[in-house]
Write a protein that binds this ligand. Structure first.
Ligand SMILES: [Fe+2]
Length: 122
């Protein structure tokens, strides 16, 4: 599966956008928005990377991360070549979601402080 979640962020105002097709230069706050690279922030891998357990045709996805008011996982996304599903979370929410089990799909988590993290479903 080749499809990826491509996000761009503004360093000044924290605006976050998703690129659906064709990456191009996008200006926000008079600066070019930068691509959010997954697994690239210097933070605990174990506390940000999505983990999953398989049960039949479903997976239950968790992230071992705090859900504090000022530091939490904002969303978890599952992507295949032709499907994308996102669940959004608020502080204090239970950080768990179910998706269809699809080998090769990608699971993304997005921390409001430590950015984007990804793993592949085996
Ligand atoms: Fe974090």
């Amino acid at each position: 599966m080749k499809k990826e979640l491509i996000l761009k962020k503004c360093n000044k105002c924290d605006t976050l956008i998703k690129i659906i097709k064709k990456d191009t230069s996008i200006i926000c706050c008079e600066e070019e928005m930068h691509i959010v690279k997954p697994n690239s922030v210097d933070a605990s891998f174990e506390k940000h990377i999505p983990t999953y357990t398989v049960s039949g045709n479903k997976i239950t996805v968790c992230v071992n991360h705090v859900m504090d008011i000022d530091h939490y996982i904002e969303f978890i996304t599952m992507i295949t070549d032709n499907k994308e599903e996102t669940y959004y979370f608020n502080p204090n929410d239970k950080l768990e979601v179910q998706f269809e089990y699809i080998k090769g799909s990608k699971l993304y988590s997005y921390c409001n402080k430590h950015g984007l993290w990804v793993c592949e479903v085996k």
